[in-house]
Ligand binder design. Structure first.
Ligand SMILES: NC(=O)c1ccc[n+]([C@@H]2O[C@H](COP(=O)([O-])OP(=O)(O)OC[C@H]3O[C@@H](n4cnc5c(N)ncnc54)[C@H](O)[C@@H]3O)[C@@H](O)[C@H]2O)c1
Length: 391
């Protein structure tokens, strides 16, 4: 089988997610175009890079991503660093002829997102592939939802409601990591999780053209977590910890108009006690509706309202499995289920197919840039307290 050598930049939470996915991808998908081989891992913290190298059997560890960019043996670069370094690393890798999968949000500033999309479009002329880590649209239930919408059985789509609710920063003792600092994160909940809900809403209902929004920060300072990876609220620091100002949002609520003519809302917060990874979407059409929740990611609920008899009308549950999109990763037996690990493997498979076929995947940097422009409009609307058109 063909192999492709991989460099991973950033050995934290997502570095792990990418490596688990890459190593599982050819095991789950028997028609995988290649087997990824781990060449070099880079992290600015040398101990993290070394530990990661050992655990994932990389050949080399380094602290400067240019060692990966300049290595002619490396075909693929995974960019898993905090948001402020995505542009610099991705553009350097694309220019060096590497295929790049970069985590979301694409960048901290719209001009960087634009530069990334331009670099990706230039590289695409030579068959180089770029992808952003918006993996939730690849959940089999969401792809099934798209098929149902496109079949017309729900009629014309009138309304889409998407939400992403988490709780990990609801506790004021949750430490201030890079995710709460504008310089490194760009935005708070907006870039971090709102973009995932927005991506699903747009995947199902078309691009957002206009927004009116409210963006709010509830906890204005937090105890500082120094160095290392973001512990995502798993550690609580005491009252005596050094504190720093939070300069990004905690919560975002947005009303949207879609280019398909649908209207709807997208909301996100990291401060909803009791909600862990509550990413949901509900779509209403003139003939029926569907609803999905990541916390039950293998289930899609559909109501074919106009087809059902009065008195029998309601949501039916489709328990996704081998008969649904990407059924190959569901172990060929109905009810075996998939989770986050398999989802990232689906993403790695779609990336691999794009690399092999020389085409841009549906979550290319161009799409990442468009999502960034919606976020820019959300912030502008909040400031102006008015509807804003997406540029
Ligand atoms: N798609 C998803 O579901 C998802 C989930 C979580 C995070 N993310 C995204 O993944 C990215 C990384 O987040 P994370 O949760 O892994 O963060 P993390 O804090 O767990 O890990 C980041 C790692 O990058 C290292 N690093 C920082 N700057 C670097 C540089 N210039 N060069 C090399 N290493 C560097 C840090 O030392 C750390 O080990 C972010 O863009 C985040 O938004 C995506």
């Amino acid at each position: 089988m063909k192999i492709k050598k991989v460099g991973v930049v950033g050995a934290g939470f997502m570095g792990k997610a990418h490596c688990v996915a890459l190593s599982n991808m050819p095991k789950l998908f028997t028609d995988a175009p290649y087997v990824p081989v781990f060449k070099t891992v880079c992290d600015i913290v040398p101990e993290i890079a070394e530990d990661f190298k050992e655990r994932f059997s990389f050949e080399k560890a380094c602290t400067d991503y240019m060692d990966i960019v300049n290595d002619p043996e490396i075909d693929i670069v995974c960019v898993c660093t905090p948001n402020d370094s995505h542009a610099e690393i991705s553009i350097a890798a694309l220019k060096a002829g590497k295929h790049v999968i970069c985590e979301k949000p694409i960048a901290t500033k719209t001009e960087d997102a634009k530069a990334m999309a331009e670099a990706a479009e230039e590289a695409a002329k030579k068959g180089i592939v770029s992808m952003c880590g918006y993996q939730y649209r690849r959940v089999p239930a969401i792809d099934e939802a798209k098929k149902i919408i496109e079949s017309g059985r729900l009629g014309e789509i009138t309304n889409v409601r998407a939400q992403y609710l988490q709780s990990w920063s609801a506790d004021p003792r949750s430490p201030l990591s890079w995710r709460f600092v504008k310089e490194t994160a760009g935005a708070g909940t907006l870039g971090d999780i709102f973009t995932h809900a927005l991506d699903i809403a747009q995947y199902l209902a078309g691009n957002v053209t206009d927004v009116v929004s409210m963006v709010k920060t509830y906890i204005n300072e937090r105890p500082v977590q120094e160095g290392g990876v973001d512990l995502l609220g798993t550690v609580k620091l005491g009252d005596d910890a050094k504190k720093q100002v939070v300069d990004v949002d905690d919560e975002v609520s947005v009303l949207c108009k879609f280019d398909s003519g649908a209207i709807g809302s997208v909301e996100a917060t990291r401060m909803a006690w009791g909600r862990n990874n509550y990413l949901t979407v509900e779509v209403h059409g003139t003939k029926g509706s569907l609803t999905w929740n990541y916390e039950r990611l293998n289930e899609l609920e559909v109501c074919y309202g106009m087809e059902d008899n009065d008195g029998e009308r309601g949501f039916r549950k489709i328990y996704t499995g081998p008969a649904n999109p990407h059924g190959d990763v569901t172990w060929n037996i109905p009810g075996m289920n998939i989770g986050y690990g398999e989802l990232k493997a689906i993403e790695a498979y779609e990336f691999a197919k794009a690399v092999e076929g020389g085409y841009q995947p549906t979550t290319s940097f161009t799409v990442g840039y468009q999502l960034d422009r919606v976020c820019e409009a959300v912030l502008e609307s909040n400031e102006k307290k008015a509807w804003v058109q997406v540029k």
